[in-house]
Write a protein that binds this ligand. Structure first.
Ligand SMILES: C[S@@+](CC[C@H](N)C(=O)[O-])C[C@H]1O[C@@H](n2cnc3c(N)ncnc32)[C@H](O)[C@@H]1O
Length: 231
């Protein structure tokens, strides 16, 4: 699907993978969800839930420096990961109100250019909800994947839900991608660890210099701005 500033999607065609299929969906505030509508990581640093995006509600999309909206013609379900607030204990307000990662059209479209480059031995830096990992392992050209993720709790908690959907061998290294990637050998590394969208160019170029064993590096928010070929 090509990015356009006003995207209308047939909701019944928007199928995303629920990592905990037993969890129901809700449009309510993330901090007020009853037990059956969320799963929390052991220390409650992460909360997984499924957002009910009501028909007609506008969501944001972007492509490079262009922004747009996307509207569905029916209710859709959007899996999302929330983080605990750093000041949760002091304020009593446990969860960040905005998701840390969610499977929106914008995420899918901006990760896809990297996914489409994956072949041979692939490194994925940044696990998140495992969306890109699962998509990469669907590719025939991919032989094996090494995931590099900073957060041990996230890996221990979410990886057992992700692994059954992976179609290629997946190894996980818990560590800082900036330290681990320079030691790895791979055909390509797909990097989604940056705090913001659109400043990846410099970071990827700098990291590439440190990673002689990785033939190519792609970073979230870079290829979208280099041209239309990868849309
Ligand atoms: C936006 S999420 C990645 C989402 C993922 N692309 C997906 O498809 O679900 C970013 C991830 O990068 C991880 N991360 C952040 N900084 C990192 C670093 N320096 N090294 C490794 N992982 C890091 C975070 O813990 C988080 O899991």
């Amino acid at each position: 699907m090509k990015w356009t500033p006003e995207l209308n999607i047939v909701g019944s065609t928007y199928k995303v993978l629920p990592l905990w299929p037993e969890i129901g969906a809700s449009a309510g505030p993330v901090s007020e969800l009853p037990d059956k509508l969320h799963v929390d990581s052991p220390s409650r640093r992460f909360r997984y839930c499924v957002r009910l995006n009501p028909r007609g509600t506008a969501m944001h999309t972007w492509w490079g420096n262009q922004v747009g909206t996307v509207v569905f013609d029916s209710d859709v379900l959007i899996p999302a990961l929330y983080q605990a607030r750093p000041d949760a204990e002091r304020t009593g307000d446990h969860w960040e109100p905005m998701p840390w990662m969610s499977i929106t059209p914008a995420e899918i479209m901006t990760l896809r250019p990297g996914t489409r480059m994956a072949k041979g031995r692939v490194v994925i830096a940044g696990l998140g909800l495992g969306h890109q990992l699962i998509e990469v392992t669907k590719r025939l050209q991919v032989k094996r994947v090494t995931v590099v993720e900073l957060d041990q709790e996230l890996v221990d908690w979410i990886m057992p839900q992700i692994r059954p959907h992976c179609r290629k061998p997946v190894e996980v290294i818990v560590g800082d991608a900036y330290e681990v990637l320079p030691k790895l050998k791979a055909d390509i590394a797909l990097i989604d660890i940056f705090p913001g969208y659109g400043d990846g160019f410099k970071r990827v170029a700098e990291l590439a210099k440190q990673c002689p064993g990785i033939k190519k590096l792609w970073g979230w928010g870079t290829s979208e701005m280099t041209g239309t070929a990868q849309r």
